[in-house]
Design a protein around this ligand. Structure first.
Ligand code: IVH
Length: 704
């Protein structure tokens, strides 16, 4: 269905909104100094999205609403870099940095060589190609000559401008830099992955790389990735001619790109070393990880004279900081079982101090990782705090082996229940297939009772351990049959704490339905997915009886989660558990307070709707959807109507809407309006350290 061209006032308003939102994005992301609240930002954003939905001809590719690209890709196509992406010579030795600088000085006349010293950002190298200021494509480094076309994913990153503004932008420009996941975003991402039973990322770099490799840009859009520029490839044409990296940085910043917040300059060896040490002292406060300092000759004429080797420029060198590392003995490899049955190998170490804490355990992630690093029980291994957060085994001292070391094999049966294990078809995770496995049961109960889920006071890890160990609880519904008298006989319990626990359990019966859903530990269903299900289906029965295609189409759900939810609710054992929970009096949605039901907010508040024509769902259902989001639905058009939702064969209402100037939406527009908006920006993550989340399945037993 086509809509008439937008009237001029709408066009002007959309342009003004685009500019205004771009300005707010800049202040929020580049300057970390927003001037409006998130709610005000959301209102502007929504107004623009509405305008674009009503007048599709107003939609421009560089609109801030177009951050999320189209459909998932089958695979990435390859892009040839205009200028190859080289690497950097690197060293861990200060002396070699001094030698590098002397060599550079010798090769240049005059020997005045100003250099610039920057953080070496530990992210994923990406090249952005701008033509006349407009982003044409984004590519990974690949083999240096060609890389993956990740344009769709890059468009979801707010710090990658679609358009470079201002004077002096070269006609053709390859901007190079690093895409990274801020440290705080990394903790959050792993927290939700743990909650959804997915394998955790080892460090922010892997998480950023894994995110960019996603074929579905909608997933990428939900990860708070960011970009920092540090160099360029091709640079041709345009106004000003640039003479140095410093000038280049000034220009990039002016056009809307972000560069490192800290840079140093020096013109002698001592100055370079001083800068390197200063950077080391402050780099842990940056929101991205750094693993070194890059020393670059500033002037382009001098760079030209120095030239390149086939691998790297002669005008730059990376100095890498030694990660805090310690050696210790690997005493054993144990298997930890997560609540979704994933088997994670864990290194049991002779306790050793690293970066101020004592490390006695470290994750080995999975069998592939162990094989790749050839880690054997009895080895002397080097431990590092990867990403400053999680201790990891980085290498094996094979030179210290005496032949007594034992090759490790992942168990072929679950070490907790002896049940069968299977490799996930789509990944490296190995899972225990027995849902009654006691280790899984303990984990599931812990998750159910945890703060993010049913928040049952008094039912922490140790209590769950006791209850399962004593056979008092074997499943979630058993919790609601617990009586005070037998509880009072447990270790470190008495009548008072038993009564408190029973009261805590009773109080949890009134938790909102989404908390119960999340607490059930359905594979892939996180807290936000649970909220989305409740927003759509309102009650447990609504969800239970929903056909698969409706679940998949619910906002934030999609095929993988949808299928998992559907499977969960068709499994007879789960249905029986639900029946017991219902009998125990848990809130299945009927006691949800109204604002919680509409957990997605009320994006359609104060809008009036008329529905006409044939749609993919009965009109009543569509009307319910609108009402649930705060909109009003009526049968006849008036000048108070905000939108006409027009299906196939819309008839006379369509013509009337057009004469009244009422915005007309197709069903696709409508769905996009309901589900397609980019989540509001998250709070800036400026170098704040977040402790490992409570629900992570990783063992982090450090006594510090
Ligand atoms: S300059 C010719 N500056 O480190 C190389 N690279 O090990 C131009 N990197 O491929 C790169 N921070 O991806 C440069 N401030 C920085 C950097 C940086 C990180 C990455 C870059 C490069 C790799 C080389």
């Amino acid at each position: 269905m086509s809509t008439p061209p937008a009237p001029d006032p709408a066009r002007q308003r959309a342009e003004a909104l685009r500019l205004e939102i771009a300005g707010h994005n800049h202040r929020y992301y580049q300057d970390a100094a927003p001037t409006i609240t998130d709610q005000e930002y959301d209102a502007l954003y929504r107004e623009l999205a509405d305008l674009e939905a009503a007048h599709p001809d107003l939609l421009t590719p560089d609109s801030p609403t177009q951050r999320v690209g189209g459909a998932p890709l089958e695979e990435f196509t390859q892009i040839r870099h205009r200028v190859p992406m080289l690497s950097l010579d690197n060293t861990y030795s200060e002396e070699e940095v001094v030698e590098f600088y002397r060599r550079v000085q010798k090769s240049l006349p005059g020997r005045e060589v100003p250099v610039i010293i920057e953080p070496k950002v530990d992210g994923v190298a990406v090249s952005l190609f701008y033509e006349k200021g407009a982003l044409q494509y984004a590519a990974t480094r690949g083999d240096g000559v060609q890389g993956d076309d990740i344009t769709q994913n890059a468009r979801t990153i707010k710090t990658i401008p679609r358009r470079l503004h201002g004077d002096g932008v070269p006609d053709e420009l390859e901007v190079r830099g690093e895409v990274y996941l801020p440290k705080s975003g990394f903790s959050k991402l792993n927290e939700s992955r743990a909650a959804e039973g997915k394998p955790l990322f080892a460090n922010p770099r892997n998480a950023a790389a894994g995110s960019l490799k996603q074929l579905d840009p909608a997933i990428v859009a939900r990860r708070p990735l960011a970009f920092v520029a540090h160099s360029f490839g091709l640079m041709e044409g345009g106004g000003a001619t640039l003479h140095s990296q410093s000038e280049m940085f000034a220009l990039l910043t002016k056009c809307g790109l972000r560069i490192s917040e800290k840079l140093w300059t020096a013109a002698d060896a001592e100055g370079i070393l001083r800068a390197i040490r200063e950077l080391d002292a402050v780099r842990h406060g940056f929101e991205y990880e750094t693993d070194g300092a890059v020393v670059k000759v500033d002037g382009f004429a001098q760079r030209q004279r120095l030239g390149l080797t086939s691998k790297s420029p002669r005008w730059a060198m990376a100095y890498k900081y030694a990660a805090e590392r310690a050696e210790t003995k690997l005493l054993d490899i144990q298997i930890q079982i997560g609540r979704t049955g994933v088997l994670t190998p864990v290194a049991i170490l002779e306790p050793v101090p690293v970066s101020g804490t004592t490390v006695a355990r470290a994750t080995l992630h999975n069998a592939e990782e162990i094989a790749r690093k050839d880690i054997r029980v009895g080895d002397t291994v080097a431990i590092e705090k990867a990403g400053e957060i999680i201790p990891a085994v980085v290498l094996v001292r094979t030179d210290l082996r005496d032949g007594s070391e034992r090759v490790f094999h992942m168990p072929t049966a679950c070490p907790s229940c002896g049940g069968p294990v299977e490799q996930d078809p789509d990944g490296v995770a190995i899972r225990c297939q027995n849902i009654a496995c006691p280790a899984q049961v303990r984990r599931r109960l812990q998750h159910f009772a945890s703060r993010g889920a049913m928040d049952i006071e008094g039912l922490g890890e140790a209590m769950v351990e006791q209850l399962v160990g004593k056979g008092l609880v074997g499943s979630i519904p058993d919790i609601y049959g617990l009586q005070a008298a037998p509880l009072a006989l447990l270790e470190r319990m008495g009548e008072k704490s038993a009564a408190n626990l029973v009261a805590g359990i009773a109080a949890s019966k009134d938790r909102p339905l989404w908390k119960l859903l999340f607490g059930l530990g359905i594979l892939h269903l996180g807290a936000s997915g649970a909220r989305a299900l409740v927003a759509q289906f309102k009650t447990m029965d609504g969800i239970l009886t929903a056909p698969l295609d409706q679940i998949e189409r619910a906002r934030d759900i999609g095929k993988v989660v949808g299928l998992s939810v559907h499977e969960f609710f068709t499994n007879p054992a789960n249905l029986e558990s639900l029946a017991r929970l219902r009998a125990a009096g848990l809130n299945f949605g009927e006691r949800d307070p109204a604002p919680v039901r509409a957990a997605g907010g009320l994006p359609l508040a104060d809008t009036r709707w008329v529905i006409t024509g044939t749609l993919s769902q009965p009109r009543e259902e569509i009307a319910e959807l609108i009402q649930e989001k705060g909109g009003k639905v009526s049968g006849s058009l008036s000048n108070k109507t905000s939108y006409l939702l027009a299906g196939e064969e819309a008839g006379s209402k369509l013509a009337k809407a057009q004469t009244l100037g009422v915005r007309v939406l197709t069903e696709a527009d409508f769905r996009a309006l309901l589900g397609g908006s980019v989540p509001p920006p998250e709070a800036p993550a400026a170098g704040k350290k977040t402790p490992p989340p409570a629900e992570m399945e990783l063992p982090l037993d450090e006594q510090g």
